[in-house]
Design a protein around this ligand. Sequence first.
Ligand code: AHM
Ligand code: MG
Length: 338
Amino acid sequence: MSQPQFEEGTTLDRFILESRMAHPGATGVYVNLIKGIELAGKMISSRVNKAGLAGMLGAVGNVNVQGEEQQKLDVYANNVFISSLEHRGAACMIVSEESDGVVRVGEQWHSGRYVVTVDPLDGSSNIDVNATIGTIFGIYRRLSEEGTPAQDSDVLRPGYEMVSAGYIIYGAGTMLVLASDGVVNGFTLDPAVGEFFLSHPDIQVPNDKVMYSINDAYAQAWQPGVKSFIEEMQKPERKASARYIGSLVADFHRNLLKGGVFLYPATAKNPEGKLRLLYEAFPLGYIIEAAGGAATNGRKRILDLTPDALHARTPLVIGSKALVAEATELMSQDPALA
Ligand code: AHM
Ligand code: MG
């Protein structure tokens, strides 16, 4: 879908307001929701930038529902994200990597129109080394009636039912990337002004570059299809490069702008892979498709899957369309592990 022309330098606020005005019957609830996410992004960005000075490095000593050690910034980001949304009446429910069950939003949780899924701080093993991390989010319009309690079924739905998705990346600069109405736009935070400005309109993932991203420390555990694909990538005539940060949002962002494919496959030890469907694979799958790319679990389109649990995991192959198709073709011949 095409979007109205926005010149570079348009603020995110103006962009959302004007693009929503094109929707007949828009009431401003979605705009309000995105403004909450934008606020959370600015607050987390500020804290990430001075983490070493603010005593925010290191672990808290807790383990989250995934069995992973929580970092101080994980907990901060989760609290900020929830508190930025809970007083707006726009979201009725949040599903977060850092919260066990669903988070029902404040006293007005009956009234919110949207369900939000979030990985508040993806790549947290990179926090202490000042490498790029990010917040990933997905947005569904609730199925249950507004004014009634939200149900788990409002979020245990195929990814293609999302209405928008995005991420905020905290790197050398902070960017918010938003996919809505079938278009992906990137906004860069000017910290002196305190606003996100449109810097990357209508992002399309390039198809001509061959970049692959996978943790090859697990090569011995890969299935034959994954091995064949990586061997193919390593042939000199493919002129490929390997890049792997270990922060999904950072690996994804680079491949989105430069072209390439990211893989986190299943192994016998982790037959469902490592990454989570609701707040990692679905939002990024939604974004990559809007940018002209593709995402699969090695067999099927990611957005066609339906999670059976809030924190369900999935193998993930995501990036430029041709590379994802090539990997999926080889991987789909592997015996199923799960
Ligand atoms: P997190 O959400 O707790 O940070 O975990 C997910 C991260 C991804 O960002 C990254 O792609 C992956 O874990 C790296 O895992 P590995 O170290 O096994 O390669
Ligand atoms: Mg994550």
